[in-house]
Design a protein. Structure first.
Length: 138
């Protein structure tokens, strides 16, 4: 299987010119002082990022061509007028990128079956927690 292996993380180092920005690239080791993981940007720079914000590229694009990362919140459009559209975060579990749709957990790649025309990235769990679906019973 050939796919782009890429990660993103948000820089939370206040003295960095990248503070508050998303950095895309490859993960490198943390430094000797145990600082958070580093991501190597496409231009070869190393930037300290918040490890809690690191997410891997799923290898899929949404209907607009936006790369889908772990931690993104997706809007899944339903073709059936009797069913509501679904908001779901993308998370990694048991070796698969997962989404919670239609009363269950589904592997994102199997759920889309190579067709992502009904999926749109609407935000992510770090920048847009208000977009997270409500828990049952709330």
């Amino acid at each position: 299987m050939n796919r782009e292996i890429k990660f993103r993380g948000r820089c939370d180092r206040e003295r960095s010119r990248f503070f508050g920005k998303w950095i895309y690239g490859l993960i490198t080791k943390s430094n000797s002082r145990g600082k958070p993981l580093l991501i190597q940007e496409d231009d070869g720079l190393h930037t300290q990022v918040n490890p809690a914000t690191i997410g891997q590229f799923t290898g899929l694009l949404d209907k607009n061509g936006t790369k889908i990362y772990e931690g993104d919140i997706l809007l899944v459009y339903e073709n059936d007028p009797n069913l509501e559209d679904v908001k779901t975060p993308v998370y990694f579990e048991n070796g698969c990128f997962m989404v919670d749709v239609y009363m269950g957990r589904n592997c994102l790649h199997e759920f889309t079956w190579g067709c992502t025309s009904r999926i749109k990235v609407i935000g992510n769990i770090h920048d847009n927690p208000e977009l997270m679906p409500e828990e049952d019973g709330e």
